[in-house]
Design a protein around this ligand. Structure first.
Ligand SMILES: [Mg+2]
Length: 195
């Protein structure tokens, strides 16, 4: 099967690393558990523009490159790699392509057949949707944490496995299967019919 894997919060512990960076630069004491929403301004305050600026700063720091993989992801990815073709599908911007590649090669060497970025947060013509990429690649499964991407990509052809996160609590949709962690996601993949 062809399986698409999202990066942030699926492989890459973005919130935890960003929280650490934010606390260091603002002398605050937020805990990653307080990030119940991916609209970070709802947690730390300020405007969306403030957060976008801060996120771009974060991407230039060691906190970003030294971010740890999500718990259970390394082992699960190793297992699901057997007999399947894995692609990375992320909403990251094109300017993060090199750093993303570097981080992936460090933690998941020789694993993925391609890295596809939607270039979200840019309004130019190079902005793509996850669904466009998913359809182009012919994905059978997408592993995701954001409900709007799950909804966009789930179809009779593509099952979305949605990893439990505070920002997707109570979300359910047709062709979306929820998984509480990577172990459960791996089990679900084993039960899906091979295409
Ligand atoms: Mg994500």
């Amino acid at each position: 099967m062809k399986i698409g894997i999202d990066i942030d919060e699926v492989l890459f512990g973005y919130v935890e690393a960003y929280c650490k960076f934010y606390n260091e630069t603002h002398k605050t004491k937020f805990s990653p558990n307080e990030f119940h929403s991916y609209s970070f301004w709802e947690i730390v305050g300020g405007t969306r523009e403030d957060i976008l600026k801060s996120v771009h700063e974060f991407h230039k720091t060691k906190h970003f490159l030294e971010t740890k993989p999500v718990e259970g992801s390394i082992c699960a990815i190793k297992n699901i790699k057997k007999g399947n073709v894995l692609f990375l599908v992320s909403s990251r911007q094109d300017n993060l392509f090199d750093d993303t590649t570097k981080w992936i090669l460090e933690h998941f060497p020789k694993t993925f057949s391609g890295l596809y970025l939607t270039n979200y947060f840019t309004n130019d013509a190079s902005c793509r949707t996850k669904n466009e990429i998913s359809v182009k690649l012919g994905l059978d499964i997408l592993i995701e944490d954001q409900p709007h991407y799950a909804l966009e990509c789930a179809s009779d052809k593509c099952t979305v496995i949605l990893l439990d996160k505070p920002w997707n609590k109570n979300f359910n949709a047709k062709n979306v299967i929820r998984a509480k962690d990577w172990k459960e996601a791996e089990k679900i993949i084993g039960t899906l019919p091979k295409s």
